[in-house]
Design a protein around this ligand. Sequence first.
Ligand code: NAG
Ligand code: NAG
Ligand code: NAG
Length: 369
Amino acid sequence: MTVHTNAGLFVILRILLFVAAAAGAVSGTWINLGLREFQQLKTAQSMHAYDVSASTICVGLKGLSQGQGKLCQLSVDHMPSVANGAKYGVTECQHQFKHRRWNCSIVEDESVFGPIFRIASRENAFVHAVTAAGVVYSISRSCRDGQLSSCGCSRSNRPSDLNDDWIWGGCGDNLEYGYKFTRSFVDVRERERSYKRGSREQGKSLMNLHNNEAGRRAVIKRSKVTCKCHGVSGSCSLITCWQQLVSFREIGDYLLDKYDGATEVRVNRRGRLSIRDPRFTVPTANDLIYLDDSPSYCLQNKTIGSPGTQGRLCNRTSSGMDGCNLLCCGRGYNTQKSTIKERCECKFHWCCFVECKTCTKNIDIHTCK
Ligand SMILES: *[C@@H]1O[C@H](CO)[C@@H](O)[C@H](O)[C@H]1NC(C)=O
Ligand SMILES: *[C@@H]1O[C@H](CO)[C@@H](O)[C@H](O)[C@H]1NC(C)=O
Ligand SMILES: *[C@@H]1O[C@H](CO)[C@@H](O)[C@H](O)[C@H]1NC(C)=O
């Protein structure tokens, strides 16, 4: 056991406090798991070590829907992986959007993104996809690593185009299990309530389900067959291959492409989604869809939950989204002088070290008005 007892008890106390606080809950999201203390409970073993029952743990997790709470109790050992997956998703979102007007900023409560996510925007679509992808990723890997009781290495079929002499085996990331678990856990919240057919709420729910699926598929589409040589001194007399996840960054890049090409849809009276502009092609299950146009994200607006871009760092010479012109929405920018220290005049000495001086450099920092 690697967890310190004090830290563990502290976590349990926090969880119990959460139980008390959960009464007046605002609408939260499971993504909250990725941002809070729950990550400290690293493995199922450490939970058992403190003899905390699954229901105590699950009730204490803020942001889960009813169905997700039940799934939590059934597979409490999966929750640290779910939390990790949520964290992958949020971190990746912040990376992909760091130079944009909306930078995937989060708020203090369990709604994670705040009221801005009542808008069924493109950004909302991206977040649903990237967080679902995060869970597929994390669960698939946990299975492979033997951290979950109900799954192990991948048992996917041998790809038909694999060289006949190569062995299909090894211990691959279990994408099949990751996909299935994520589908039940993430999607259950959309299936718990029934909405009036053709209503905006029903449309949003269909949109979320679609984007969750696109995120899960992104992980599978990007995964690769990886092979390794065995044999004396690299003779490569034996080659084994297995299914392997790519870096989560590659999945984020892929989903950002999908974000850029997202399709606007609407819900019709029969309760089906249809594309808003018939000139565009019908999106596939791999594409992102959205119902509402995005706000400009330029000005702070508490009603919709937009933080605005005032005070954001911008690049004076860039003509891209991070340039002061676009990021500050034409409001102009302030310039501040600042000095930074950096290594300079580095010399390589034989053998083997590098010696550098420290130089100070004056730079201008620009922030949006
Ligand atoms: C905030 O946004 C809403 C919806 O776009 C708009 O009606 C409202 O006037 C805005 N409020 C402020 C203070 O700009
Ligand atoms: C995102 O923008 C907000 C202001 O809108 C800023 O406070 C925050 O530091 C930014 N976050 C990141 C990750 O850049
Ligand atoms: C600002 O943008 C220019 C042009 O795109 C780029 O060459 C430069 O590295 C950027 N500066 C910073 C500090 O990111």
